[in-house]
Design a protein around this ligand. Structure first.
Ligand code: KG4
Length: 341
């Protein structure tokens, strides 16, 4: 009998539901919340309310597109955390209610492990390349920047993480600082395409081991723009593209520096990436290039699996389900990864 998993993702500002059958994706529905745009960032209270509005239609649509009825499901995989607590409560409570009403098990998933396993979502008629174990994943999003070693779909070791801001936060905060809008990553990515990445230099952090830091580079940009604007009030307007390209290159240099070091230290040549920032065109090109030069096998996720989605939650839950994991109904969501176990 087929194993059919419904995945539910509600950790931040996307309500998503996906259905996979024996590892193959049947549907992946994402309702993104536009309500936050005018606030320049996600407003937790508004996010929870939007999830509450979206969750039933999104799950119904995922089942409809999969051509299945609720009674066809084998289990429900849901994001337990990390993320915004109010948002996670909506998905977790919905998963509990559905599990009770259908009398099927539920399996909790660590959102970050979902990102790390996104390459394992198979699609009919596609090549379905995925890394061999063990592999390294550069996990880069609005809330996290990590290098993760993956030994199996259930075994993850965080080799390095940010000690302050996440790289996505650096993109977003700097975009705000430059008056470019939110979310900053895609805007900086677009403007950087026409800019000179070598024109300006920003301070790079000195952090031991495989950890990251992005708060210094942000401050470096702030002071740089402030000083230049004092000399020429049109500086920002006239140099926007070069500033974005140079700033983006600095962030990518920082990310790749530690990733190269992790590959050397572990001897692992299977390399992938995940999370919202892995949609960045320059980062994708750089990873592919670095992979060619260093003879790594590189796996670059499809755009639709880089940002938050339930397909990655469903696949992570699928492996846990196959391994016999079941989550009891008294589970509560957790906002931080360190509270997970
Ligand atoms: O994984 P994700 O969707 O959710 C959170 O962790 O919140 O990541 C969102 C982050 C934001 O910081 C956004 O600016 C960044 O991913 N992002 C990008 C790009 N697209 C999204 N950063 C750089 N370049 C992009 N093209």
């Amino acid at each position: 009998m087929a194993d059919i998993i419904l995945g539910i993702e509600s950790s931040c500002d996307d309500t998503s539901a996906a259905v996979i059958r024996d590892g193959y994706l049947l549907s992946n529905v994402i309702a993104s919340q536009e309500v936050h745009r005018s606030f320049g960032g996600v407003v937790p209270e508004l996010a929870s309310r939007a999830h509450e509005l979206n969750i039933v239609p999104v799950v119904s649509e995922a089942l409809r597109r999969a051509g299945l009825a609720p009674s066809d499901l084998s289990a429900i995989a849901f994001t337990r955390g990390p993320g915004l607590l109010g948002s996670l409560l909506v998905g977790t409570s919905f998963a509990k209610a559905l599990s009770l009403s259908l009398n099927i098990p539920m399996v909790m998933v660590n959102h970050l492990q979902g990102h790390v396993l996104a390459d394992f979502v198979k699609e009919e008629g596609k090549e379905n390349r995925h890394p061999a174990f063990p592999y390294l994943c550069l996990l880069v999003s609005g809330g996290n920047s990590q290098i993760v070693r993956v030994d199996s779909p259930l075994e993850f070791t965080i080799l390095g993480r940010t000690i302050d801001d996440a790289v996505g936060e650096a993109f977003d905060k700097c975009s705000k600082m430059l008056g470019l809008g939110y979310p900053g990553g895609p805007i900086i990515d677009r403007l950087a395409k026409n800019g000179d990445p070598e024109r300006f230099a920003f301070t790079k952090p000195r952090v031991p081991g495989l950890d990251y830091s992005f708060s210094g580079v942000k401050t470096s940009l702030l002071y740089f723009v402030r000083d230049e604007m004092a000399k020429d009030p049109m500086f920002l307007e006239n140099n926007k593209e070069d500033i974005c390209a140079s700033f983006q290159k600095t962030l990518i240099d920082i990310l790749m520096g530690k990733l190269v070091r992790a590959a050397k230290e572990t001897g692992i040549r299977e390399v992938t990436m995940g999370g919202g920032v892995s949609a960045n065109s320059a980062l994708r090109a750089r990873l592919a290039d670095e992979g060619r030069r260093r003879r790594w096998n590189v796996y670059i996720p499809e755009f639709k699996f880089t940002t938050d989605n339930a397909a990655m939650i469903a696949i992570a839950g699928y492996y846990r389900y196959l391994a016999g994991e079941r989550t009891s109904l008294d589970v509560a969501p957790v906002s931080r990864e360190s509270d997970f176990e």
